[in-house]
Design a protein around this ligand. Structure first.
Ligand SMILES: Cc1cc2nc3c(=O)[nH]c(=O)nc-3n(C[C@H](O)[C@H](O)[C@H](O)COP(=O)(O)OP(=O)(O)OC[C@H]3O[C@@H](n4cnc5c(N)ncnc54)[C@H](O)[C@@H]3O)c2cc1C
Length: 378
């Protein structure tokens, strides 16, 4: 039986990218994925310019169908204050990109099959047995031995196995996602609007828009199934005169919202990355961007080592590298939800003043843009 240097559990976007980063003729690496065919996940992801640079470093960018974001307009319903973030101000061609989850999944899986990494599909890992010099993974009767087990499974298995201590907060709201046609075609503008129901994002996706709308659970379910005309009336009431009018909507789906964080994302011969290590509220579109930086930093630590990839000092070096970025990403996202979710009049005035201050202070605006694009690593 092969004893792998590393096995990545989960061939989602983060796990598959890590597999590609670790591909080397000198190392035996496997990615084990439960799915045996392409998923039908309707999620749309906003990728930052920084994430584009990571894709480019693996020669993956040119094959990906993306819609550029050149400007982001942030506003609040029933209150003053508005901020515009632009790529011109940052001296970049674009601030970020919108891409379908399934397109990333298809492209990274195709590349993984050609990479020399063993890509084992249709195999769900259900248990692990940590040993002193190797970790054993099981899928039914099948067994895999590895020096390092990387959990990139989105979080369920890592949680079931109680590998590390987790902090968890389940938000009361759900996210309704849909494809929306506005009366004006998309031209690179993304909108983030904080409404009395919850935050709402409209991201350009081809000539249409992708909606992520955070709603109370009964509202989200009702909006998902209600007649199209009724849904458009509700949506346009929320967009009011601040944003263009929505004229069509399709592919409505609902996702639960969770904040979960591994207090320390490593254990003996085990490391958690991507959503397994931290699951964020999608309000600021940061989850995948953070996950891909986990993969980059873990690969950066591992490929420099000629020894055992499960070595404790390597895993601690990885934790030290990720601490600031992942901690700040979680803190910022959670507080954004709280700060913009409040209906209190004084907080609404404070929010308006905050937005106005960011709009008139280019230095502050650029600082925020830099953190959103490249993360919080200094
Ligand atoms: C509504 C919504 C909108 C979002 N928008 C954005 C955005 O705009 N920008 C952004 O950056 N992020 C966004 N996110 C977050 C983003 O979707 C996640 O951060 C990202 O998908 C995490 O990728 P992952 O590979 O870690 O996990 P996942 O995408 O969950 O992939 C995990 C993989 O592991 C496999 N797997 C699971 N268990 C096992 C097992 N036991 N054995 C083998 N394989 C297993 C699964 O089949 C899957 O392929 C959003 C999330 C939601 C819910």
């Amino acid at each position: 039986m092969t004893e792998f240097d590393a096995i990545v559990i989960g061939g989602g976007p983060v796990g598959a990218m890590l597999g590609l980063m670790l591909a080397s003729p000198c190392r035996s690496v496997a990615v084990i994925e439960a799915r045996s065919s392409q998923s039908n996940d309707s999620r749309i992801l906003a990728l930052s310019w920084g994430t584009r640079l990571i894709f480019e470093s693996l020669n993956l960018w040119s094959g990906l169908p993306v819609t550029p974001i050149k400007r982001i307009c942030v506003s609040q319903q029933n209150g003053f204050g508005r901020v515009h973030f632009t790529s011109d101000e940052m001296g970049l061609p674009e601030l970020g990109y919108v891409v379908r989850y399934v397109d990333i999944e298809r492209m990274v899986s195709t590349e993984l099959r050609k990479s020399g990494v063993e890509f084992i599909e249709g195999t769900r890992i259900d248990r692990l047995d940590p040993g002193y010099s190797r970790t054993r993974l099981y899928s039914g009767q099948k067994r895999f031995d590895t020096h390092l087990a990387v959990f990139a499974d989105g979080g369920k298995l890592a949680e079931e196995q109680r590998l590390v201590t987790m902090n968890e907060k389940r938000y009361a709201e759900l996210a309704l996602v849909a494809r929306i046609t506005l009366e004006v075609p998309a031209t690179g503008e993304a909108y983030e609007r904080f409404t009395s129901n919850g935050p709402l994002a409209l991201l350009p996706s081809g000539s249409e828009y992708s909606l992520v709308w955070v709603l109370k659970p009964d509202e989200a379910e009702a909006y998902r199934t209600m007649h199209l005309n009724e849904f458009l009336i509700r949506l346009n009431r929320t967009l009011d005169q601040a944003l263009p009018v929505a004229i069509n909507a399709h592919e409505r789906a609902v996702f639960p919202l969770l904040l979960r964080e591994a207090v320390v994302p490593v254990a003996h011969r085990v490391v958690l990355i991507g959503n397994a290590a931290q699951t964020l509220h999608p309000v600021a579109g940061q989850g995948f961007n953070l996950g891909i930086r986990d993969a980059r930093d873990l690969a950066g630590v591992l490929v420099q080592s000629h020894g055992d990839w499960g070595d404790e000092t390597l895993l601690q070096a990885y934790v030290a590298r990720r601490r600031a970025d992942s901690g700040a990403g979680l803190w910022w996202t959670d507080h954004l939800v709280e700060w913009f979710g409040s209906q209190n009049f004084m907080i609404s005035v404070g929010r308006g003043m905050g937005l106005s201050a960011i709009e008139i202070l280019p230095g502050l605006r650029k600082w925020i843009s830099r953190k959103m694009i490249f993360g919080w690593q200094g």
